[in-house]
Design a protein around this ligand. Structure first.
Ligand code: ARG
Length: 492
């Protein structure tokens, strides 16, 4: 395990020349970001490799020094991957810690690595690099959840259920149509993450501390070496902007908002009041006192965690709102919220698919509820309107019919021919469907619940899910390749 330790190695920093006194232990602890920015260590090392290669290519430092530093950095990366890398609070942050370790391995030539670079462009570049990897995994996870919902929808194409407005039974729909609504939300979430990716995909190296650098850096070459599509266009903006993190936090908040709505339905549907669904034992929990209880804790926690992730988004927005250009140490606060949000979303995208795929739907209960409370009343009004009765009048006629049925304790199915005719003469010859599926299939518009429309929508969603998988697989492979030491990749 890579580790963080607290003992201070006072005066260990390579760049503490200006200071006569060593740092107070409290300052050191307060200032340090090692505890969380250790998560950027691989990105930091790989970005340093690209930077030093650029320095060598441009003749800014001798090519043999660049090679020695690069070789040393690959050794540090190997230590990280072996779980042997350790940071201390005296390192302050991961950037200084990596450089310190490099110096221990290869000696004073290490001092040339930081030519034409500042921790300010370094940290934001590392964070962009890390965020791109997170975005790849978010898209992959979203595709998995969308695919699980699609699988459940496809396996239940004949299941009807009540659609609701105001949480009152309104009109019957297919369960698959209801589930497809969530698939559409997730597909838009995928689009949102990919949109964030486009803006994250810019290398900040070369922005320096704030005002660029006097060295003839090959910014584009370094960016390409790291798989970035391009470079930032303003050095002040580059070191201070955290939009890419906020875009990603917003996408995470939105993903969880959608999953939270689904969770709310899972909680309701598992209740004795609904009994629409039974979650498998493997994804349910018990009570310490009530032996009969089977609780949907996963869905409740998913709903609850959503609140905390909104906090991560609002937290970083608040950090940023008062910051003058350019770099301010405040932005060190950018990382924990995004780490938390990405970790939480990825965990949820991992647990929801198996929970949904192992849930059992109570078809009879859903079908009974689908026809209850006069959910076919709109169909009855449509019958009249189709025969030339103005819809408003048809609405009033059927409204009276529903009132009469309620008063007499009847449903539409109990009415005699004479009763239908008495309500309106058109009903002598034309009747609304009493069968829910007929009602559902009659609502045959694009985006509607008719079975053939739902099948078409699920097919289209399947293509979009497959495309998202290709997007994330390709990018993950390209990113993994960046971290292969040259010798290893030559042997392949
Ligand atoms: N740990 C710092 C951060 O996260 C790295 C940059 C520090 N730069 C500085 N000038 N102190 O922002």
């Amino acid at each position: 395990m890579n580790s963080i330790s607290s003992p201070s190695a006072a005066g260990a920093k390579a760049w503490s020349g200006r200071f006569a006194e060593s740092p107070d232990a409290r300052l050191e602890r307060f200032n340090a970001s090692v505890e969380f920015d250790i998560r950027l260590v691989r990105e930091d090392i790989r970005a340093s490799i690209a930077h030093v290669r650029g320095l060598g290519r441009q003749g800014i430092i001798p090519p043999e020094d660049a090679r020695a530093i690069e070789d040393g950095l690959w050794r540090v990366l190997a230590e990280v991957d072996a779980g042997e890398f350790a940071l201390t609070v005296a390192d302050e942050d991961v950037h200084t810690g990596v450089e310190r370790r490099l110096r221990e391995l290869i000696g004073p030539v290490t001092g040339k690595l930081h030519t034409g670079r500042s921790r300010n462009d370094q940290v934001v570049n590392d964070f962009r690099f890390w965020t791109k990897r997170a975005q790849i995994e978010l898209v992959a996870g979203l595709a998995k959840l969308a695919a699980a919902l699609r699988e459940v929808a496809t396996a239940n194409l004949d299941v009807v259920m009540p659609g609701y407005t105001h949480m009152q039974r309104a009109q019957p729909v297919l369960l698959a149509h209801h589930l497809h609504a969530y698939i559409e939300m997730l597909l838009r979430d995928i689009d949102r993450v990919r949109d964030a990716w486009r803006r994250t995909d810019r290398s900040a190296l070369g922005a320096g501390a704030l005002a660029g650098t006097t060295y003839p850096l090959d910014r584009e070459g370094v960016a390409a070496d790291l798989g970035f599509a391009g470079v930032t266009a303003n050095s002040l903006d580059a070191v201070s902007d955290r939009d890419f993190a906020l875009d990603t936090l917003y996408a995470c908040a939105m993903i969880l908002m959608h999953i939270s709505r689904l969770s709310e339905e899972l909680v309701l549907w598992s209740s004795g009041e609904f009994r629409f669904i039974e979650l498998s034992d493997a994804f349910s929990t018990g009570s310490s006192i009530m032996p009969q209880k089977k609780n949907p804790d996963v869905a409740e926690l998913g709903r609850g965690k959503t609140g905390r992730i909104y906090g991560d988004l609002v937290g970083l927005l608040a950090v940023m709102k008062g910051l003058p250009l350019a770099y301010n140490k405040d932005t060190q606060e950018d990382k924990e919220g995004l780490f938390d949000a990405v970790d939480t979303v990825l965990t949820m995208l991992d647990i929801y698919p198996p929970m949904l795929k192992t849930a059992r739907f109570n078809e009879q209960r859903l079908a009974d509820a689908a026809v209850a409370d006069f959910t076919l009343a709109t169909d009855a009004a449509d019958v009249l309107a189709n025969q030339g009765v103005p819809f408003r009048e048809a609405h009033a006629v059927v409204g009276r019919l529903v009132g009469q049925c309620i008063a007499e304790g009847k449903t539409f199915a109990d009415l005699t021919d004479a009763e239908w005719e008495a309500i309106h003469p058109v009903f002598a010859t034309h009747r609304p469907p009493l069968d829910v599926l007929a009602s559902v299939n009659a609502r045959d518009v694009i985006g509607g619940p008719a079975r053939r429309r739902v099948e078409a929508a699920l097919a289209a969603a399947g293509e979009q899910i497959a495309e998202a998988r290709v997007w994330s697989d390709e990018r993950r492979a390209a990113m993994d390749a960046l971290f292969m030491p040259p010798a290893q990749s030559q042997h392949e």
